[in-house]
Design a protein around this ligand. Sequence first.
Ligand code: ASP
Ligand code: MG
Length: 628
Amino acid sequence: MALIVQKYGGTSVGSVERIQAVAQRVYKTVKAGNSLVVVVSAMGKTTDGLVKLANEISPNPNRREMDMLLSTGEQVTIALLSMALQELGQPAISMTGAQVGIVTEAEHSRARILHIETTRLTRHINAGKVVVVAGFQGTSSAGEMEITTLGRGGSDTSAVAIAAALQANFCEIYTDVPGILTTDPRLVAEAQLMDDITCDEMLELASLGAKVLHPRAVEIARNYGVPLVVRSSWTDAPGTWVTSAKPQGRSLINLEIARPVDAVEFDTDQAKVALLRVPDKPGVAARLFGEISRQEVDVDLIIQSVHEGNSNDIAFTVTAPILKRAEAVAAAIAPALRSESNPKSDEAEVMVEHNIAKVSIAGAGMIGRPGVAAKMFATLAEAGVNIQMISTSEVKVSCVVNATECDRAVNALRSAFEIEAGEAKRDEGDEEAGGDEGVGRDKLILLSPSSPSSPSSPHHPPVRGVALDLNQARLAIRQLPDRPGMAAKLFGLLAQHNISVDMIIQSQRCRVIDGVPRRDIAFTVSRIDGESAKKMLTQVAAELGWGEVVLDSAIAKVSIVGAGMVGQPGVAAKMFGALAEHQINIQMIATSEIKISCVVAQEQGVKALQVIHAAFGLAGSEKFVVPA
Ligand code: ASP
Ligand code: MG
């Protein structure tokens, strides 16, 4: 007998018939010998309707009153579903978030869960009842009993948090799609359903999967090791399991706000190769990494960014023992990248750095929280550590620093992010290279008996999913002085203005202007923040003597994600090769262990997504039919 939390989304409970169908499924699950808590959304498009009503009265409705209004949607569903269950002879009781004791921050319209009382839930479960809980809502703790909501799509988060609090065997998310697909089926008809995916992969695919599964729900599942499955409520198909590593007995207090960063990782066995001033045209990265993969050289971080004069710097890190081979490849390719008219120019200079270390912070909690990267940079600055290279992904920020400063950097970061010494781990990604599991740091332990196979099993391709984000803008700041504290200053300012930064890339080339060595830094933000960020930074740049601030809003970010790419040479080369073959220029590259992201021109975004999806053999023969 298992304790299961099921969550049904809006369309799954969109009509009386659908609610009755859900009741049947719940009833069947109970009859099979399980105990159940059911979390529901508002019926159909109810929440949208309520938002519209509010907007007819006020263009800018009070957030407290909005929560009061929107929380009513879910209350309708819990009562109706309980009645439907009772009609079937199944004892059931409906409960609001407040009745359960889902305690949140007092932040209306975007509250995070602090903790969940389990006594009432447990009492009803033990009495043989199905407890039907209103998703998306909670109550503030400050004695005021204010009704709060978790933000749109928040019922997934309610469900997984309840599963974590009850230590349920697993959590099922029922929706109107069959599970998680390899990419967006509206853009790529050949998108395929995945049997399973890890939470880490899912989080890195946030821009792809957010509509199916609230990223905060994935974050909780990962932090507490809740086995999670996304399935269709229309069929009995198994859906997609979202799996996580064995949890480390984390406290259930401050459930969603405990720590934005849960690990500090480092790797001192790294070396860096940079190719400076290569032409900004399609095919350059493909050529370089194609040759590198033919030599079986496994690269770790890769960054590329455009700079003054429209030339690129590409830099990558490798483990120290293979540096010689990597350097040889870069040196062999460099002459071919110089312009024929001016072969003696300073184009395509190869630069090698031996004594470097990679220091990373990782944690699902950094998603959507401006200031985490800034805090890392500020911490390094205070410790007097200069950052040579920055590469970011959704859930990780990695900095390349001088190897002699690694210990200092790690200690400072540990204390800044309150990570205990034992928790800072040596990044073993590269040591796993060639191992038969293909998965780096996290050993995956599946907690769910019905989950078909481990994501690290050999039949899994190195790339699981491909995501396209058309809602970003790119900013570049020229000639930032190259000394500790500059990145901290820049990203601290953005955080103060509540602007979340996604990719960050610091240039490799260094120019001395007015006696000060300077580098460019480029990053992406949400498109809606682009103009205001530019305005703010232009003013700051003038005051501080930084160079020009450049904004490009017509960009697209395309990313590949897969735990299996660790220790697998050639994955980046394949991605860059697919883009080159279709004459798509790469403007920016940033990577983490399990993700590679490229920025391309916006009008080429969809094409880029399609060719990359096909290049990794993710396309299936069946066309996926997008539900209406
Ligand atoms: N009803 C809320 C919304 O539409 C919460 C949810 O369905 O997850 O956003
Ligand atoms: Mg949803």
